[in-house]
Design a protein around this ligand. Structure first.
Ligand code: NAD
Ligand code: GLY
Length: 370
């Protein structure tokens, strides 16, 4: 009997000559047709890591074999702690060592860390080669692989060195999510939940009702969540590709979240965990500033907790915890002339970016950290 698959969905990112499709479906990664009509080249380079390679590299290689004479691989060490210059250079070393030319197509096979580093490598190798995102984590499928932000971390701040550089295609194979550890699935749920408060309360309500199905990785529910997340991201990126305004709302929870990640040392908390907790803090700040009702803060906090995410921030410094958070937040890319900018809810399903009184921010940090 033929297996029943959910149909492949396509979400278009509309960016003039940088437009591309996000394909969403089951078993896409290993199907040759998934990769048709990409830029022609003699060689492809699969960039992956030591965890994902044994799981999915062979299937991707097989699917690409009809399109490229040479298929190379570079395996990076796994983890946010390796999202740095040293690891990025491994990609350049391999490309140069194999005399890859400027048509070589890079395939990012992995989560957001691999995707962000491959994108940055593609943006800068020979001043730009094509690349394809094959995201294998939920977080990467609903957020990081889409929209062209690429970067590595600097010890002083998250994603500080990078480029805007769009992929040729994004391939979201829902089947690969089945091997994802529970903690990583929860981290991805944080970025899905994010889209509700800032853009679509009906989607927030849907997540609330369907959370158990999402946690169980049920295909139908996951297909809807990935598609709706990508649609919202596509809409926002289509309006403001380089974050001169609107796109910053996608950083809801990230100002606090980046402080948690940098303050603890990259890799201690997962990015999605920091964003989940950061959203609780940002919602608290929004309520304290009179922009939303405290009832919603409770609802969001409960959902984040049910998704398996932390709702209390870590204490980064026993003497002056809030001061420590503020120092890290100052390095956030949204900061303007020394003013920290927050993504605040501005009513339900709407967001705006603005500074906030320091005393209020300190009060939120004091209340939300344990
Ligand atoms: P990750 O890339 O570290 O992946 C999480 C873990 O899951 C890793 O150990 C990875 O090897 C493993 N893994 C990946 N796919 C797997 C699978 N199918 N089965 C089993 N294990 C698998 O983390 P992430 O959460 O995917 O991405 C986080 C990164 O994304 C952060 O660096 C963050 O800054 C970045 N990010 C970027 C953007 C953007 O717009 N570019 C947006 C959000 C987040
Ligand atoms: N993850 C935020 C953005 O892509 O803008």
């Amino acid at each position: 009997m033929t297996a029943l698959h959910t149909p492949t969905e396509t979400v278009r990112i509309d960016l003039a000559d940088r437009s591309y499709d996000i394909l969403i479906g089951e078993s896409l990664l290993g199907q040759a047709s998934t990769y048709s009509q990409l830029p022609k080249a003699a060689a492809a380079m699969i960039v992956t890591n030591t965890t994902v390679s044994p799981l999915y590299e062979a299937a991707l290689r097989q699917a690409l074999s009809g399109y490229y004479k040479l298929i190379h691989t570079v395996q990076l060490p796994d983890g946010e702690a390796h999202k740095d210059w040293v690891t990025l250079n491994l990609i350049f070393d391999k490309l140069l060592g194999l005399a890859c030319d400027r048509k070589t197509v890079l395939f990012a096979l992995g989560g957001g860390v691999v995707g962000d580093m491959t994108g940055f490598a593609a943006a800068s190798f020979m001043r730009g080669v094509p690349f394809v995102q094959v995201p294998t984590t939920l977080l990467a499928q609903v957020d990081s692989s889409v929209g062209g932000k690429t970067a590595i971390n600097h010890p002083m701040g998250k994603n500080m060195i990078g480029a805007f550089y769009q992929p040729q295609r994004v391939v979201c194979d829902l089947g690969v999510l089945k091997t994802l550890p529970t903690r990583e699935l929860s981290a991805g749920l944080a970025e899905i939940i994010k889209y509700g408060p800032i853009a679509d309360m009906a989607f927030f309500d849907w997540i609330d009702v369907n959370l158990a199905a999402l946690k169980a990785c049920e295909t139908r529910a996951m297909a809807h969540a990935v598609k709706r997340s990508c649609e919202i991201k596509a809409f926002v990126v289509g309006q403001d590709e380089r974050e001169s305004g609107l796109r910053a709302i996608l950083n809801f929870g990230h100002t606090f979240g980046h402080a948690i990640e940098a303050g603890l040392g990259f890799g201690e908390w997962l990015h999605g965990e920091a964003v989940g907790c950061g959203m609780v803090m940002a919602a608290n700040l929004s309520a304290d500033m009179g922009l939303i009702d405290a009832v919603f803060v409770k609802r969001l906090t409960d959902l984040i907790e049910r998704a398996g995410l932390p709702i209390k921030g870590p204490v980064l410094d026993v003497k002056d915890n809030a001061g420590h958070y503020l120092a890290h937040m100052l390095h956030d890319k949204k900061s303007v002339a020394g003013d920290i900018q927050f993504v605040l809810m501005d009513g339900l399903g709407k967001a705006r970016v603005s500074a906030a009184p320091e005393a209020m921010v300190r009060a939120v940090i004091d209340r939300c950290c344990a």
